[in-house]
Design a protein around this ligand. Structure first.
Ligand code: ADP
Ligand code: MG
Length: 160
């Protein structure tokens, strides 16, 4: 896989990366079908990244965090369907089928997932893994890993 390390000094850097990803998706419609997984401890900045990406994609209104619902659906300004998962409280394997998660991952649209580790065994391989680590000076070290051609195009489309 393609692996790249980035440094995000502040939240503006999170915003800039989200904006570049938005531009890459706008230029290559298939990237809108990507599955992007966010790895990192509590407080790393996973939800913050998702919010910046949703805003860049023109999602309107209050952006709810899916912690209790596991998934929040959104629609981009372009009409692109986006599902934001947070598997932190995922613990019932039956929910994968019953709540239609399999169908969401099989359908077109952008899939964003926090805590994918908690759904291991169900969740497909991510096109792009974003691993965020908060450093002692509050900056972020970010590892991007592409596991597919789509993931590689996302990284290429969002250069540092
Ligand atoms: P997570 O979803 O990984 O638990 P959050 O996105 O809720 O983490 O972020 C936790 C805190 O980190 C928030 O207060 C947010 O403002 C801060 N934060 C997020 N990204 C950055 C960044 N790139 N630089 C500095 N602080 C950040
Ligand atoms: Mg979060």
């Amino acid at each position: 896989p393609i692996v790249e390390t980035r440094h995000w000094p502040d939240e503006q850097a999170t915003h800039d990366f989200a904006t570049r990803l938005r531009d890459a998706i706008a230029a290559d419609a298939d990237l809108g079908n990507a599955f992007i997984a966010l790895h990192g401890d509590l407080g790393a900045g996973k939800t913050t990244f998702v919010r910046h990406l949703l805003q860049a994609l023109g999602v309107r209104g209050r952006i709810k965090s899916p912690t209790y619902a596991v998934v929040e659906p959104h629609t981009a300004q372009s009409g692109l369907a986006i599902h934001h998962f947070d598997f932190y409280r995922f613990n019932d394997p039956r929910e994968w089928e019953d709540a239609g998660f399999r169908d969401i991952f099989a359908a077109p649209g952008l899939k964003l997932a926090e805590w994918p580790e908690k759904a291991a065994g169900h969740i497909p391989i991510e096109d792009l893994a974003i691993k965020i680590e908060a450093m002692s000076d509050d900056t972020r070290t970010v590892i991007l890993q592409a596991n597919s051609a789509r993931g590689a195009r996302l990284i290429k489309g969002a250069p540092a």
